[in-house]
Structures are given as structure tokens and as C-alpha cells.
Design a protein around this ligand. Structure first.
Ligand code: C2E
Ligand code: MG
Ligand code: MG
Length: 705
């Protein structure tokens, strides 16, 4: 403090305006004695003159001067823009005047009395000190104002607003710029409330915003969040809010404060750049860069899901010619239309890209077999080859597609694209409008399957399917106790095809449902026909596939067929494999109970090859086990197989189930099985599967074996 007072003195020049020269000199001497520098003026004019060159730190002003009053001088000083503190000196002991002087801005006033010179130094010192303090305050305020203006200006330029939120009271403060960013006039609305603000936020981003705000308030978590907001003017903005949290000693958030930056323009620019980098400008489809990325992702996903990725490489046939004869403008429009058509063929999760002039690529994800890929490819080729109308021209085009499949044809982007490209050239060589898998085995497999699938659809319509029947014999009596219906397909080119070659395909395509129904109906009608012809009634065994058995209304379908054919349910037996039942044990049990309830008998086919879960068997309402011919075949030479068959037979007896041995081809086999208490058999020894007419003959004449 002492030091600052000393400073005040050292720098201070004091102007004494006083017409009484002797008094002025006394005053001046006293001040200089105390370390001040004093200058003097004897009237108003002289004082103003001096003030135009020198600015004193303090003025000691005599109220009554010859040319003007002290008040008038002060007015002039103020008018010239100076603000110098002053002490008024007056000869009259007049309190009123003193008050008036203090009102006009005097820092102090002193009476010209005997104590004047004693009081003077202290009064001067105090005034100077006060003035110094006031000045410092003014400067601080000024610089604060300046930095606030600067901040506001910076915020405006940066489109950044600041805010504060008191989670305890809910009070929210917004800076002017924040109001502007959100499209409001500063201060309107006066009371910003959290719920009101949340309503401005894009609905999809609200949960994230609420979460951030909650964890700021509850766990003192700072956050940085990008979200979308609808401004008052209806503009869609993207903003980035960053927040800091002040917490008390108990970890309660006292104040959350932060900035909000309008990044709409930046995001838009970024999007535009992304668009340029990743998309083709003509068709707006992903370009080669993005394609690589998408294939890479698809591979990663497929590796996790153990699935395939189909990479298709499509090149339009004759595009060059069209471009040259009809012009680039038409060429561009053609490409755009093709892009649109292609888009319609692929799913949202697939990628369609344009990778060059008339070259496109399609990435098929989530596929588990080549047939699906081939089917989509065929669809694409059909769509492309439909005529396109552009500017009055009817344009016919077609495409050649090469296909590479992950993981068989390559495990990385580069290899897959290269192989798809090679395959495309092969397709092109075969006259275009064609597709080609990269690997030849796949081509053959797919081609065969597709041919088969196509002709299978027709087989049903053209009645190319037929049934053979194989007798089931009770070796104790030698009589026929049942028949198994076995499906055959008379293919126009390939001749008669056995079920092992086409049932799986019928399963995959769903064709097994109508085919299976046809088998059931035909078998039931045949069984009833034999009954009507007067032959002793016998079981008709029909095989059911997994998909058929999985149908919810299977019982209704069968009931309808029984009704229609007139066959009593007691004479129908359904053969189901263990693996079919185990696919969905719970619903299987329910269906088995329903079928048993109808009076139908149930057999487990190929027993021994599947789970052979004996304990499980108890829970299934079944009548019969059919021992798979794999075991039966070797029982004489292979003691293990013999043991298994013996166990199955004795277990079946314990569970009060019937047993039928399949694939009995020789007499020794029959004798072995008979000696082990298995009397019911089926196999070539008795009869191969034969036509209904041949069975009729057998029924008339009896079996010879
Ligand atoms: P499965 O039900 O086990 O039928 C017995 C198969 O063994 C038949 O083959 C039959 O011809 C053959 N077989 C019978 N006795 C002998 C023998 O002594 N030695 C040898 N080596 N084989 C014998 P098929 O007709 O080729 O049928 C094969 C499988 O196809 C059947 O096995 C059955 O699972 C399935 N299947 C047949 N018809 C149908 C049908 O209509 N629907 C369904 N879903 N599957 C069927
Ligand atoms: Mg069978
Ligand atoms: Mg079998």
C-alpha cells in the first residue's frame, strides 16, 4: 500500500487554479514539500490554455475566479473530454455549496481556513488514490468488455454458442449466439427449459442426448455429442455440444456448462466429399472404392456367419455400339436406367456399384448356396434384357455376368473381383446374355441342379412321378403284412431317377410339400383299391420328409386324404427318420401324438443311423423301429453290427415296439434275424420295389422266396 502511494506521488502533477497568488504559492510549496509537482494558473482562461498541453493528475480549484466560476471551468473541462479529479477550494463556509460541488463531481472540498494547509496533503493523496483505483477498475471493465465482445465475435464467426445448466434448479443460460444458431432472437424465449429444448432435437437423437445430460447430472460425466436439431426457421442443423461439469464434494453436479457448435456446413461438406470419393456421379451408385470396402465388410460378416458372398461382375453387351450410334447422351441415360433396374433386383443389404463405363458389380450377402446366387443372377439378366425406351429409341441390351463366390473362389477382395471378371469374359465368349461361375465344378453343379429343379416342377404337372411298392413280410407265416410306397421320377431325358437323387432338392425348394401330398394320396388310394379288390387288408407305409413333417397342418392334410380315399387310418403307417424328429423334438412329440390319436401307426425309419437316443424313444408315441439296412447287411460277418441289431431288437421288445429289418437280401440274413426274434422283414429277398400291377400279381399268387 505504501509503495503504491509513493508511486502515486512520483507521477503526479497537480494544477492549482487560484487567483490569490500568495495563497497559490503557499499551496504549491506545501505540495512540493510532500513530493508532488505543482503547476499554477490564476484564472479560467489561463487554466484552459494549460490544460490543452498538460494533463494533470489532479486539479485544486478555487471556486471564485476573476473571469469565471469554478463550476463554469469544470463544465469547460468536461466539454473538452478530459476527466481529471479535482478538489474544490472555497472561502465560504457553506455546506450547500459543498454538496453542490460534490454533485458536480468534486472528489473533495477544502475550506480556506487556518487548517487548510495541514489538511491539504492528505486530501490530495486520498483523491489521487481513489482516482487511481477508479481508473484501474475502469480499465479492467473495459478489457473485460473488450474480451466479451471479442468472444461474442469469435462465437459468431465460429457459429458457436455457450450455455450453462444448473441441474439442481433446472436453470438454463444461453449465450446470444446460441439463440441465433437455433434461429431465435437473443433472449427469446426468456426462460429456456430442458424439456422444451429436447423437443427441438431430432427424435432419433433424443435418447443419446438425454443419456448424456443424465450422466452429466448424475455422475458428473463430461460429454461431447453430435446431434440434429430443427431450428426455429425449420432448418435441419447438426450441432456438436461439449460439456464440462462442476461437482461439489459429494459428487453432485452443481453446474454443467459448455459450448454448442453449428457443424451443419462442415458435415454437409464432408458428405459431399464422401459422395465424390465413394459414388459414381452419373448413377449415384457406389463406385469402385466403396465397392472394395463393402466386399471387405461382406467377407468379414460371412466369415462370422459361415455364409457365402456372391460377387457379380456385369458387363453390358453391345454398349459400345449403342454409345457410338445413338450418342453419349443416350448412352448415359441407358446406364442410368440399367442402374435403376439393377437396384430393384438387389436387397437393401446387398451392394450395387458402377465400376466403370458399362460395368457394374453386385455383392450378394447372407446367401448360403450357389443356387440362390444363380437365381438372382438369372433375374438380373431377365430384367436387363427387357427393352428400354430412351428419347424415342427402343433399345435392346443384355448383360454378361461373371460370379465369384466367397470362400470357394477367393478369400479377399482382390481375388474375388479378379475371378468374377475372368468368369464374366467366359460368359461373354458364350455370346453374352449369360452368366458363368468362376469355378467349373460349381457351374456344373448349379446347372444340373437348376435343370433338375425346373424339370421337377414340371414332373408334378406332367405326372412323371410314380410309386413303386415293396412288400413287408412276416417270416413266421410268410404272408405280406404291409407295403412301403417308394417314389420314382421318370425323367424325360435322364430316365428313372431314385429319390436319393432328388428328394434333397425337393426339400430345399419346397417342392416336397406338393410332391409329398401326391405320394400320400396315391398310396392311400392304392391301398384302398387293393382292399376293394378283396385282398386282405395290410399296412401302407409312406415316407415323410423333414419339411413335410414340420408342417403345422400335416394332420389336417392327412385326415383329408384319408377321408377322400376312404382308407381307414389304421392301415396307414408313416415312416419318419430320427433326425427329422430331433430337429424339433417338442413340436414333433405334439404332432406324433396327434397322428397317433387319429389311429395312424408311426415308424422310425433308418433306425440306428441317427441319434439312436434310446431313452428318448420312450417319450415318442411310436409303433415300430425299422433297422437300417446298413447294419443288417453285415450282421453275419461283423460282430459289432450283429450286436447293435440284437440290442435294437431286444430294446424294441422291451418298449413293446414292433421291429422291421430293412434290406434283407439273402436267406442267411433272414435266418439270422429270425433266430434273434425279428420276424418282420423287407428286402430284395422277398421282392424289389415293384409297380402296383406287379404287386397285384404277387397278392394273387403269393411270394416265392
Ligand atoms: P427308405 O425309406 O429306407 O427306403 C428303403 C430303401 O431301401 C428304398 O430305396 C428301397 O428300394 C431300398 N431297398 C429295399 N430293400 C433293399 C435291399 O434288399 N437291398 C438294398 N440295397 N436296398 C433295398 P429307394 O426307393 O431308393 O428310396 C430311398 C429313400 O428315399 C428311402 O429310404 C426314403 O428315405 C426316401 N423316399 C422314398 N420314397 C419317398 C417319398 O415318397 N417321400 C420321401 N420323403 N422320401 C422317400
Ligand atoms: Mg422308408
Ligand atoms: Mg429305411
Amino acid at each position: 500500500m505504501a509503495e503504491s502511494l509513493h508511486d502515486v506521488k512520483a507521477e503526479s502533477t497537480i494544477l492549482i487554479i487560484e487567483d490569490d497568488i500568495a495563497f497559490a504559492e503557499l499551496t504549491s510549496a506545501t505540495l512540493e514539500e510532500h513530493g508532488f509537482k505543482a503547476i499554477g494558473a490564476t484564472n479560467g482562461l489561463e487554466a484552459m490554455d494549460l490544460l490543452s498541453t498538460t494533463i494533470p493528475s489532479l486539479i485544486i480549484l478555487d471556486y471564485s475566479l476573476p473571469d469565471m466560476t469554478g463550476a463554469a471551468i469544470l463544465e469547460q473541462i468536461a466539454g473538452s473530454g478530459l476527466s481529471v479529479p479535482f478538489i474544490m477550494v472555497t472561502g465560504r463556509d457553506d455546506a450547500l455549496l459543498a454538496v453542490q460541488m460534490m454533485k458536480t463531481g468534486a472528489c473533495d472540498y477544502l475550506l480556506k481556513d487556518a487548517g487548510f494547509l495541514d489538511r491539504l496533503p492528505a486530501a490530495v493523496l486520498r483523491t489521487l488514490h481513489d482516482a487511481e483505483t477508479r481508473e484501474r477498475l475502469r480499465r479492467t471493465e473495459e478489457s473485460l468488455r473488450q474480451s466479451e465482445t471479442r468472444l461474442a465475435r469469435a462465437q459468431k464467426i465460429a457459429r458457436m454458442g455457450s450455455w450453462e445448466w444448473n441441474p439442481q434448479t433446472g436453470d438454463i443460460y444461453w449465450s446470444d449466439e446460441l439463440y441465433r444458431i437455433f434461429g431465435f432472437a437473443p433472449g427469446e424465449p426468456q426462460q429456456v427449459e430442458m424439456d422444451w429444448f429436447i423437443d427441438l432435437i431430432n427424435e432419433a437423437d433424443r435418447p443419446a442426448f438425454k443419456k448424456a445430460v443424465n450422466s452429466a447430472a448424475r455422475q458428473c460425466q463430461p460429454f461431447s455429442l453430435i446431434y440434429r436439431i430443427k431450428s426455429r426457421n425449420g432448418d435441419d442443423l447438426v450441432v456438436n455440444s461439449q460439456a464440462e461439469v462442476e461437482c461439489d464434494s459429494e459428487g453432485r453436479a452443481q453446474l454443467v456448462s459448455g459450448t454448442t457448435l453449428d457443424i451443419t456446413a462442415r458435415i454437409r461438406a464432408e458428405n459431399e466429399i464422401q459422395q465424390l470419393i465413394n459414388y459414381d456421379t452419373l448413377t449415384n451408385l457406389p463406385n469402385r472404392t466403396l465397392l472394395h470396402d463393402r466386399i471387405r465388410h461382406a467377407i468379414a460378416q460371412a466369415a462370422r456367419d459361415r455364409q457365402m458372398v456372391g460377387v457379380l461382375f456385369l458387363d453390358l453387351d453391345r454398349f459400345k455400339g449403342i454409345n457410338e450410334t445413338l450418342g453419349h447422351n443416350v448412352g448415359d441415360k441407358l446406364l442410368t436406367s440399367i442402374a435403376k433396374r439393377l437396384k430393384a433386383c438387389v436387397r437393401e443389404t446387398d451392394t450395387l456399384a458402377r465400376i466403370g463405363g458399362d460395368e457394374f458389380s453386385i455383392v450378394l450377402t447372407g446367401v448360403s448356396n450357389e443356387e440362390t446366387i444363380a437365381a438372382i443372377t438369372k433375374k438380373i439378366l431377365t430384367l436387363i434384357s427387357e427393352p428400354i425406351y430412351i428419347d424415342g429409341h427402343e433399345i435392346y441390351t443384355s448383360g454378361s455376368i461373371g460370379i465369384a463366390v466367397y470362400p470357394m473362389d477367393g478369400e479377399d477382395v482382390h481375388t474375388l473381383l479378379k475371378h468374377a471378371d475372368q468368369a464374366m469374359y467366359q460368359a461373354k465368349e458364350r455370346d453374352g446374355n449369360n452368366f458363368q461361375f468362376f469355378s467349373s465344378e460349381m457351374n456344373i453343379k448349379v446347372l444340373e441342379r437348376m435343370l433338375l429343379e425346373n424339370s421337377m416342377r414340371k414332373a408334378l404337372e406332367r405326372e412323371d412321378l410314380f410309386l413303386l411298392y415293396q412288400p413287408q413280410v412276416d417270416t413266421r407265416t410268410g404272408g405280406i403284412i404291409g407295403m412301403e410306397a417308394l417314389l420314382r421320377w421318370r425323367h424325360p431325358d435322364m430316365g428313372v431317377i431314385v429319390p436319393d437323387k432328388f428328394i434333397y432338392l425337393a426339400e430345399e425348394t419346397g417342392l416336397i410339400i406338393p410332391i409329398g401330398e401326391w405320394v400320400l394320396r396315391t398310396a392311400c388310394h392304392q391301398a384302398k383299391t387293393w382292399q376293394r379288390q378283396g385282398f386282405p387288408p395290410m399296412r401302407m407305409a409312406v415316407n415323410l420328409s423333414a419339411k413335410q413333417f414340420g408342417q403345422k397342418d400335416l394332420d389336417d392334410t392327412i385326415a383329408a386324404i384319408l377321408l377322400e380315399s376312404g382308407l381307414d387310418a389304421d392301415w396307414l403307417e408313416l415312416e419318419i427318420t430320427e433326425s427329422t424328429i430331433m430337429k424339433n423334438p417338442d413340436s414333433s412329440i405334439r404332432m406324433l401324438h396327434k397322428l397317433r390319436g387319429m389311429g395312424i401307426s408311426l415308424a422310425i425309419d433308418d433306425f440306428g443311423t441317427g441319434y439312436s437316443s434310446l431313452s428318448y424313444l420312450k417319450h415318442f408315441p411310436i409303433n415300430r423301429l425299422k433297422i437300417d439296412r446298413m447294419f443288417v447287411r453285415d450282421i453275419i460277418n461283423n460282430p459289432d453290427d450283429a450286436a447293435i441289431v440284437e440290442i435294437i431288437i431286444s430294446m424294441a421288445h422291451t418298449l413293446k415296439l414292433s421291429v422291421t429289418a430293412e434290406g434283407v437280401e439273402t436267406r442267411p440274413l433272414m435266418e439270422f434275424l429270425s433266430s434273434r426274434n425279428c420276424a418282420e422283414m423287407q428286402g430284395y429277398l422277398f421282392s424289389r420295389p415293384v409297380s402296383a400291377e406287379e404287386i397285384t400279381t404277387i397278392l394273387q399268387n403269393g411270394l416265392t422266396y
